[in-house]
Design a protein around this ligand. Structure first.
Ligand code: TRP
Ligand code: SF4
Length: 405
């Protein structure tokens, strides 16, 4: 019996299309997605509207990056058979949910999100005092809640957005989960589970509500997950009834923290386009080689005969990502004793990066020469995503009183 409710097994994540992807994206995000796609139902999307919140004056980069990014995903190993790949703006339901959620979102919640002020400070060259930018975390909430995603793989910087999402879901459920006769309906639903399960459910609910036993609620949720003969509506009621609230219409997602990838760039800082220290996934192999060959090393090692300190060298950081213990030992001893030269030291890194990129670039070339195949993948993903999104939106419209339309 799984203790994880079904809805918690849908994974959703998005990326803004602002340029070609590099090894930082691969190690920090894509490898994680690729692993997840085999264990969960995964939805990965191009957050083009989110890109527009900051790039509205120069939307050309977005247009150029959308397809490049999808090609990079596919090349890296995101599998259209295992995950749905789509474009945010092709699922307009996100926008309608964003609008509807905006009705219940206090301004202060958005103004207090740390990224709001931080980004305005950091991106001084852009005017980010817009309505759209303030709504960034709300749009992200709509992205997540419209699929009732349970898990959202994100980096540390996005945790605050997940927190807003959870608060909005809670508020929504609180406001609209209270249907008339909720308790009677919930009690009737319990009886539909059969005598034994009904007794178990009531007992677990009491243990959770009276003693706050986390284990009791986990088991109760798993019990609900296993019920074959209750309707979806009843199941949602019973999830809500466990906590004493109303129906859970929009479940609260959990962040799935990607182990802070510290993929080092060519200068030892984190790899990032803004530091101009990247190796693109589709970087020409000759350029890859050149970029690594010309990387800075321990500045104290001026001559070949000077001993060096790997801890002060960006190349060492790449060895930590790519090299086995034997090679690492060779670097440590060789560098500290001036036994090896820096060019020599860089060679295993060059080889490892090229070997990693080779299959990625081969797949990228295939997709580059078959734009129709890429479009087909995205079309299919968009349609599948829309089907899911429509279901949630129907329910949301109904509970918000918009069923007269
Ligand atoms: N804000 C995210 C980022 O900058 C991108 C994003 C948009 C996203 N919508 C999302 C991520 C929904 C996860 C879920 O990386
Ligand atoms: Fe850096 Fe290697 Fe040169 Fe030492 S030998 S300074 S680790 S490149």
């Amino acid at each position: 019996m799984s203790s994880v409710p079904l809805q918690h097994q849908r994974v959703l994540s998005g990326m803004r299309p602002t340029g070609r992807l590099h090894l930082g994206h691969y190690h920090g995000v894509l490898k994680n997605w690729i692993e997840l796609q085999h264990s969960y139902e995964c939805l990965f999307f191009v957050a083009d509207w989110h890109a527009l919140t900051t790039h509205y004056e120069n939307p050309q980069v977005i247009a150029e990056s959308v397809w490049d990014m999808v090609v990079d995903w596919l090349a890296a190993g995101v599998s259209p058979g295992a995950a749905k790949i789509f474009i945010q703006s092709r699922v307009p339901e996100h926008a309608e949910l964003h609008l509807l959620l905006s009705m219940i979102t206090p301004l202060g919640w958005l103004e207090r999100v740390p990224t709001y002020k931080d980004q305005q400070e950091r991106l001084k060259e852009m005017d980010l005092s817009t309505y759209g930018f303030l709504g960034y975390p709300l749009l992200q909430s709509a992205d997540i809640l419209i699929y009732k995603a349970g898990l959202v793989p994100v980096g540390e910087d996005q945790v605050a957005h997940l927190e807003v999402t959870r608060e909005i879901a809670r508020r929504f459920n609180h406001l609209y989960g209270r249907e008339p006769g909720f308790e009677e309906k919930a009690e009737a639903a319990i009886d539909k589970m059969g005598k034994k399960n009904a007794r178990l459910y009531r007992d677990l609910r009491r243990r959770y509500q009276e003693q706050g036993e986390q284990e009791a609620i986990d088991i109760a949720r798993a019990l609900l997950e296993d019920q074959q003969n209750i309707s979806l509506g009843d199941r949602e009621r019973l999830f809500g009834y466990l906590e004493g609230a109303g129906k859970i219409i929009l479940p609260e997602p959990q962040p799935l923290l990607t182990a802070a990838s510290k993929m080092p760039g060519l200068d030892g800082q984190k790899m990032s386009k803004s530091y101009d220290n990247t190796i693109a996934l589709r970087e020409d192999p000759a350029v890859v080689e050149k970029k690594i060959r010309t990387m800075p090393t321990d500045p104290a090692r001026v001559r070949r005969t000077d001993a060096g300190d790997p801890d002060k060298c960006p190349v060492w950081k790449l060895h930590e990502v790519y090299s086995n213990d034997e090679v690492k030992q060779w670097v440590q001893t060789g560098c500290r004793s001036a036994g090896i030269g820096c060019i020599e030291c860089k060679q295993p890194v060059i080889d490892a990066v090229l070997a990693e990129l080779k299959p990625i670039q081969e797949r990228a070339h295939e997709y580059e020469s078959d734009a129709n195949a890429v479009r087909a993948v995205v079309n299919e993903g968009c349609e599948a995503a829309r089907d899911l999104a429509r279901e949630t939106l129907d329910e949301v419209r109904r509970v918000m009183g918009l069923s007269y339309r």
